[in-house]
Design a protein around this ligand. Structure first.
Ligand code: F3S
Ligand code: F3S
Length: 108
């Protein structure tokens, strides 16, 4: 299992979560951040610090955002498992469903 970042992160990218992750498995895309499903150790440290409540345990992702579980997997299709986000930096690999979203900044 893994933690998943969902829609509230899109166009917000607060990044408070990055500081909390002991294994550096939260990677930055163009419009949101993604948790590596194999590198995440399920510690839960990232979940409470996100100011927009974008992070959920895989089983607890709200129904309306279930497809973000797949988005967090698909982001790594090309990237594989680098074993650390900080050395990788920002990667322009947002899955199509994220790229195609309307701008989300309004309301935050
Ligand atoms: Fe996004 Fe929240 Fe992290 S907005 S970057 S999931 S702190
Ligand atoms: Fe990292 Fe733990 Fe979250 S391993 S992605 S801080 S659940």
């Amino acid at each position: 299992m893994t933690y998943v970042i969902a829609q509230p992160c899109v166009d917000v990218l607060d990044k408070a979560c990055i500081e909390e992750c002991p294994v550096d498995c939260i990677y930055e895309g163009d419009r949101m951040l993604y948790i590596h499903p194999d590198e995440c150790v399920d510690c839960g440290a990232c979940e409470p610090v996100c100011p927009v409540e974008a992070i959920y345990y895989e089983d607890d992702v709200p129904d309306e955002w279930k497809d973000y579980t797949k988005a967090n997997v698909d982001f790594f299709n090309e990237l594989g498992s680098p074993g650390g986000a900080s050395k990788v930096g920002k990667v322009s690999a947002d899955p199509p469903m994220i790229k195609e979203l309307e701008p989300q900044a309004e309301g935050h």
